[in-house]
Design a protein around this ligand. Structure first.
Ligand code: EPZ
Length: 430
C-alpha cells in the first residue's frame, strides 16, 4: 500500500507552481465530446481522476490524443456508444458529466448511478430535475440513469439547492436544447465559469456564469476550439495553509488571486502576512497564529474543499476556533485522525470546536478522502518526528506530484511502500 512518510518540524519556504484545476478540467473534458470536431485543451493536471475521465471518453469511442502530460486533443465524431459503465463512475463520480454532454448532443445518455463517498451521500436529484425540465425522460434502472428525449427544449429552471455538479451538467445539456434556458440558484465557482467559457469558445451561447442566474440560448452544433484550464484554487490554498501551519514563507505561482479571496481572508485573520501579485500570492507565517471562525459556503464563501486544510492549521493556532461545515454531512472524519496526533477538537453535529495546541505529535494516520489526506500531510509537516500517511492514492487522484512540490519548498516527505523503505528514509534524513 502506498504511503507518505514525513519528517516534520521544518518551515516550508519557497515558490511552488500551481497546476490546472482538476474540477474544471473534468467537466471541460466531458464537454469536449459535444462537438464532432477536434478540441485542444491544455493546462489539465496530470492526476488519476483526469486519466479515468479520458479513459471513459475513449471507452465510448471518443478520440483522445495525449499531446503531453498537460495537453490533450479530443474529438467526439467517432462516439459510437452513449452508455458509461459503472467502472468509470466507481472510480470518479465526475464521469457523470458525460450524462449532460451526451444528452445535450445525442439526446440520449446512460450512466451508472454514482454512489456516495466518504464525505457524504452525494445525491444527484438536482441534476435529474434539470434534465427532466429540459424535456428528457429520466429513469433509473438496474443502477443506471437512462436519459433520453426526442428533443430538448429550453426552460426556466430553479435549483432547490446550490450544486456545482448540477449547474455544470444541466448547463451542458441546455447548450444544445432548442430555445432559451434560464437557470437560477446556480453554483458560481470559478470552474463553473471555466466550463461556460469553454462551451462558448466552442460556439455555445451562455451568459451569466459566475452570477446567480445563467441564461443559455441553445445552438444546433458546436465546433472546434483551443482552451486552457484555469489554475486550481484548491491546490493553491492547500499549499498556502501548509505555509501557515509550518510557520513558513511560501509563494504560490500561476494562480488567480481573485479565486483565493476567502482563503486569503482567513489566513490574514489568523495572523499570516499576505502579499498579492498579478498571478501569485505569498503567505508568510513567522510568529504565533490566532484563532478564527469558519463556515463553509458555496463560492465566493469559504470552500468546503479547503475545510480540512484550515482545520489542521487551526489545531495549531492559539485560542478557540470553530468550523461549521454546511456543504457535506460527513466531512469531519479527518478530525478523528488529527486527534490521534494530539489535536484538541470536539465535533458537535456540523460544527467543530478546536482548542489550539502548541504541538501535535507524529503518528500513523489514514487519508480518508482527497482533501483530508492532503491536510494530514500538512499536519505531519508541522509536527516534529515521523508521520506516516496511509491510503495516499486518494491524494494522488487530485494533486499532481504532491510530494515533489512539497520537497521543492523544503518538505521532507517521500512515497514509501515497505517497512524497508521507511527505515531507509529515516536513516537518510536523521
Ligand atoms: C463538486 O462536487 C466538487 N467535485 C467537490 O470537490 C466539491 O467539494 C463540491 O463541488 C462543492 O464545491 C467536482 O467538481 C468533481 P455539489 P459536487 O453538487 O458537484 C448536495 C474535491 O475534493 N446535492 O456542489 O458533487 C450535495 O449532497 C471534491 O475535489 C444535492 O443534494 O458538489 C452537497 O451537500 C470533493 N443534490 C451539496 O449539494 C444534487 O443533485 C453540494 O454538492 C447535487 C448536490
Amino acid at each position: 500500500m502506498k504511503q507518505y512518510i514525513i519528517k516534520g518540524g521544518h518551515p516550508l519556504v519557497g515558490e511552488v507552481e500551481i497546476g490546472g484545476a482538476k474540477n474544471a478540467a473534468l467537466a471541460i473534458l466531458a464537454a469536449a465530446i459535444m462537438t464532432d470536431e477536434t478540441v485542444h485543451i491544455d493546462n489539465i493536471p496530470d492526476v488519476n481522476d483526469i486519466n479515468v475521465m479520458l479513459d471513459a471518453i475513449a471507452g465510448i469511442g471518443g478520440h483522445v490524443r495525449r499531446i503531453d502530460r498537460h495537453t490533450v486533443e479530443i474529438s467526439g465524431n467517432r462516439i459510437n456508444n452513449v452508455s458509461i459503465e459503472y467502472d468509470y463512475i466507481k472510480k470518479i463520480r465526475a464521469s457523470y458529466y458525460l450524462l449532460g454532454a451526451l444528452l445535450g448532443k445525442y439526446k440520449h445518455a446512460e450512466v451508472a448511478l454514482p454512489g456516495g463517498c466518504n464525505i457524504g451521500s452525494r445525491p444527484i436529484d438536482q441534476h435529474l430535475k434539470g434534465f427532466r425540465a429540459l424535456g428528457a425522460d429520466v429513469d433509473i434502472e438496474h443502477g443506471k440513469i437512462i436519459a433520453e428525449a426526442d428533443r430538448l427544449s429550453g426552460k426556466h429552471i430553479y435549483f432547490d439547492g446550490v450544486s456545482v455538479g448540477a449547474t455544470i451538467n444541466v448547463m451542458m445539456a441546455a447548450t444544445m436544447a432548442d430555445g432559451i434556458t434560464i437557470m437560477e440558484n446556480v453554483a458560481k465557482e470559478p470552474h463553473v465559469v471555466d466550463v461556460a467559457n469553454f462551451l462558448n469558445r466552442m460556439g455555445a451561447n451562455i451568459r451569466g456564469a459566475g452570477t446567480d442566474v445563467i441564461k443559455i440560448r441553445g445552438v444546433q452544433r458546436l465546433h472546434s476550439a483551443e482552451y486552457s484550464v484555469i489554475p486550481d484554487q484548491i491546490e493553491a490554498g492547500t499549499f498556502m495553509f501548509a505555509a501557515a501551519a509550518t510557520r513558513g514563507d511560501v509563494t504560490v505561482l500561476n494562480v488567480i488571486p481573485k479565486h483565493l479571496e476567502a482563503t486569503i481572508a482567513k489566513l490574514a485573520e489568523i495572523g499570516c502576512e499576505i502579499e498579492e501579485f498579478d498571478d501569485a500570492v505569498r503567505v508568510v507565517s513567522k510568529g504565533g497564529l490566532g484563532s478564527t471562525h469558519v463556515k463553509t459556503l458555496p463560492y465566493p464563501g469559504f470552500p468546503t474543499d479547503m475545510q480540512p486544510q484550515i482545520g489542521v492549521t487551526l489545531a495549531l493556532c492559539s485560542g478557540t476556533s470553530t468550523i461549521t461545515e454546511t456543504i457535506f454531512e460527513n466531512r469531519f472524519k479527518y478530525l478523528d485522525e488529527l486527534a490521534r496526533m494530539g489535536a484538541n477538537i470536539k465535533v458537535e453535529g456540523n460544527s467543530a470546536v478546536i482548542e489550539g495546541v502548541k504541538k501535535l505529535s507524529a503518528a500513523r494516520v489514514s487519508a480518508l478522502d482527497l482533501r483530508a489526506g492532503a491536510a494530514l500531510c500538512i499536519a505531519g509537516l508541522a509536527t516534529d518526528g515521523f508521520t506516516i500517511v496511509d491510503d495516499i492514492v486518494y491524494i494522488q487522484r487530485g494533486y499532481e506530484r504532491f510530494e515533489e512540490k512539497l520537497q521543492s519548498i523544503g518538505g521532507i516527505i517521500e512515497q514509501v511502500e515497505t517497512e524497508r523503505d521507511i527505515q531507509k528514509f529515516k536513516l537518510k534524513v536523521s
